[in-house]
Write a protein of this length. Structure first.
Length: 85
């Protein structure tokens, strides 16, 4: 999992931070056999100062196709989000 482009960090209301960036990662849907495919994925995350990561939105770059977090390396993605803060 590698960050291709950062779109910035924005402070929201009630100590919440919004982060957006583009990654290239292996996406492995359960319906397809291994190994999966490398996709460029647009990531939006909301991080609360007290509760941690509140929400993550994943979309295939250039489309509105929603991707599922369970088909990615969840721990690696959460680590990338925390590093962006």
């Amino acid at each position: 999992m590698k960050i291709l482009k950062k779109f910035g960090v924005r402070r929201g209301y009630l100590k919440e931070t919004h982060i957006a960036f583009l990654i290239k990662a292996m996406y492995r849907p359960k319906s397809r056999p291994k190994p999966g495919s490398m996709l460029e994925i647009f990531v939006e995350a909301s991080v609360d100062d007290y509760e941690g990561i509140r929400g993550v939105s994943l979309r295939e770059n250039g489309t509105n196709k929603i991707l599922l977090l369970e088909n990615l390396d969840k721990d690696g993605l959460h680590e990338l989000i925390i590093k962006q803060l």
